[in-house]
Design a protein around this ligand. Structure first.
Ligand SMILES: Cc1ncc(COP(=O)(O)O)c(C=O)c1O
Length: 381
């Protein structure tokens, strides 16, 4: 019997992201109507801006949908550059921040190269590193009593023989941001160490997926530190996660290197056209940020009232420590039975005993609050 040459050497299972169940999966598992499912697990926003429906109804986009998107994404790049206060030669788009992170790995991390990841943080830095044959160097963050801040001396040490350092600010899943000046100090020290040793500094990738919620950014530092790459997205404050658009922002020479790894046409024409307009007309994004600023303390207070006090957060989500993974799993299951999907963390994850809850629309947060009031007394000690 002839055997397929493809089956001869199956590749080892690569590291991968583990997704929460889909709306349909949750509905089927718990026997509830799919329209009752609300995502408190994905840090997304409750509704896209009105301009999306308007543009889809008009059906007119940058170019005809029978063609590929414009190769240079000029309008999108110019709109992002204007929004972020940089030159058009300092922005490259990707299919979500996730593709941008992957481009950064391809651009800066050689096989066997070291990738410094302050933990806990966004899972994809590890996944991209391992998929490209890099070596993950985890550096634990400080504890909650220190605001989950970066352990600056430890990150600096680890950066000495690294190719890439990943900083997420505000950080997912803790919801905390670095104290003023901390990232600047770290990037300056990393650059000084490298120049003292006569080698190139590692790329420092600062993932600012949630920066609109604080109004702070390290983008202005790119002119002094060409090894700095800032990652932004249309998925969070702009409420357009389904369109999959993200950006790398960096000094022109760094940007050119990242752009070498941009796949052709990975941002679709509809996505390009809608996000271009959303960047030019930020009123809906600003209203979304204001919604989170009002709803976050209300939700945090209601959680605290039942003994689920979340850690302080500047992000559109709250991290609640339930004391053990068993308690977190019990609470997650009880929430999902009511159609409310929290983010859980696998055993061994530094936040395994926690639930992460997205701050959503007022009526959705009301449902969460009502559910938590019922569930909290039932969670076993
Ligand atoms: C810190 C961080 N970076 C990047 C992403 C992915 O963003 P995008 O939807 O633009 O790929 C997420 C999504 O949750 C995130 O939390």
């Amino acid at each position: 019997m002839s055997r397929s040459p493809f089956a001869a050497n199956p590749p080892a299972e690569p590291a991968s992201y583990s997704w929460e169940a889909t709306d349909e999966g949750v509905a089927a598992r718990f026997g509830i109507p799919v329209e009752q499912v609300v995502r408190f697990d994905l840090n997304t926003s409750p509704a896209p801006p009105a301009l999306l429906a308007e543009m889809l109804a008009a059906g007119r986009f940058e170019t005809s949908l029978s063609e590929y998107p414009p190769g240079d994404y000029r309008h999108l790049v110019e709109a992002a550059a204007a929004r972020y206060g940089v030159g058009a030669d300092e922005v490259v788009p990707g299919c979500g921040a996730d593709e941008v992170l992957d481009m950064c790995v391809k651009a800066f991390l050689p096989a066997g190269g070291r990738s410094v990841i302050p933990t806990p943080t966004y899972a994809m830095y590890r996944v991209h590193t391992e998929q490209r044959g890099g070596v993950v160097v985890p550096v634990p963050r400080m504890g909650p009593d220190r605001g989950f801040a970066l352990d600056l001396p430890a990150v600096r040490d680890a950066a000495r023989d690294a190719s890439v350092v990943w900083l997420c600010n505000p950080n997912n899943p803790t919801g905390a941001e670095e104290p003023d000046g901390a990232i600047e100090q770290l990037v300056a020290e990393i650059a000084a160490d490298a120049s003292g040793a006569g080698r190139r500094p590692p790329a420092v990738v600062v993932d600012e997926a949630y920066a609109e919620f604080t109004g702070r950014s390290v983008i202005p530092m790119r002119t002094r530190f060409p090894n700095l790459v800032v990652v932004r997205t249309a998925s969070k404050a702009y409420a357009l996660a389904g369109l999959r658009v993200g950006f790398a922002v960096a000094a022109p020479e760094t940007l050119r290197r990242i752009a070498l790894f941009r796949p052709p046409g990975s941002v679709g024409t509809i996505s390009e056209s809608v996000v271009t307009r959303a960047l030019r007309e930020p009123a809906a994004m600003e209203a979304n940020v204001a919604r989170v600023a009002t709803e976050r303390p209300r939700l945090a207070e209601a959680l605290a009232a039942v003994g689920w006090a979340p850690y302080p957060s500047v992000a559109p989500f709250l991290l609640v420590d339930l004391g053990s993974r068993a308690r977190a799993s019990f609470a997650a299951e009880a929430l999902m039975r009511r159609g409310l999907v929290p983010r859980t963390f696998s055993p061994g994850h530094p936040a395994a005993q926690c639930l992460r809850l997205t701050v959503r629309a007022p009526h959705e947060n009301d449902r969460l609050i009502a559910a938590v009031r019922e569930i909290a007394p039932e969670v076993p000690a």
